[in-house]
Design a protein around this ligand. Sequence first.
Ligand code: TXA
Ligand code: MG
Length: 341
Amino acid sequence: MQTLLLSGAELAAAADILRGGGVLAIPTETVYGLAADGFQPQAVEKIFEAKGRPQDNPLILHIPDPDWLGRCCAEIPDVAYTLAARFWPGPLTLILKRRADVPDVVTGGLGTVGVRCPDHPLARALILRADTPLAAPSANRSGRPSPTTAAHVLEDLGGRIDGVLDGGACSVGVESTILDLTVSPPCLLRPGGVSLEALRDCIGAITVDDAVYRPMEEGEHPRAPGMQYRHYAPVAPVTVVRGPPTRAAGYILAHAPPGAGVIAFDEWAGAFAGYTVRTLGPRADGAAQARGLFAALRAFDHTTVTEIWAMCPDERGVGLAVANRLRKAAGFHIIDAEESV
Ligand code: TXA
Ligand code: MG
């Protein structure tokens, strides 16, 4: 299959692909999504095929504004509209009761559905033109780091999908925060572009699902099915080193063999002479770290490094999401520099 690269001027062609039952990678503010018409089950099946995604892992529906919630969900609580008014368009996915006519292939057979309104002008214009909610997971091969440019999408899915709509580099860089509103109090299933602190400021108490911090054990099932899989992984294995940056940098210098890959904050990058270094941005700039994380992980695939060591941000604000993605990229192989030096 030939994969078309479409520009923003070709929205009509992009909408035709979707209405015709095709699969198209689209830009969002978080990461690129692999989209299909959420109400055409055969089109949605092509997403799973192209990604190599397990069938039990449900997809998020993308809508252009809160008025469309009724097209996807039933029994919508007021708190959904409160959150939508504050954070949409933006990187927040709400889990709500599904409408009966949402296809099972979208929800993985669950009674709920994830919905979000992306903050990217091309994505919203495209959904309006296609006039249907778009089912879209991140546009990577299953298990790989999420794509934040059209080139990343082509790296993973070129030849396997109908097209890529190029909307430039993603401005947030980590996926949406997922909040389950079908339980009380609401539960954070995946940290993302909207911080837990901001959500609590808006609606009060929120619990955090265990899968955010630790791997699931045999027989355990996280509430967001996707959180159980190894994820975000570059080809070389990753080790995450937590703790104060100077200690973490010291630990890496003491343990990583020369030539290894290192992911470091800008301020410490100069310490790693002889290593293949990718910087994440300044230590205090969580937004820059989020924007650069997946590109940094992918960049090592174009080098000869056989292992990657990463300094890890603290968990305030978007740092919770960056640290979560790094831990998952490392298969939860984490060292605490404070305890281990
Ligand atoms: O920012 C994002 O959310 C991106 C862009 C493209 O919108 N999408 C994305 O989708 O990250 P995906 O499929 O890579 O991750 C969605 C996660 C998965 O872990 C899935 O298991 C979970 O959301 N999920 C989807 N529907 C759910 C539901 N009804 N209940 C619980 N978890 C759900
Ligand atoms: Mg994904």
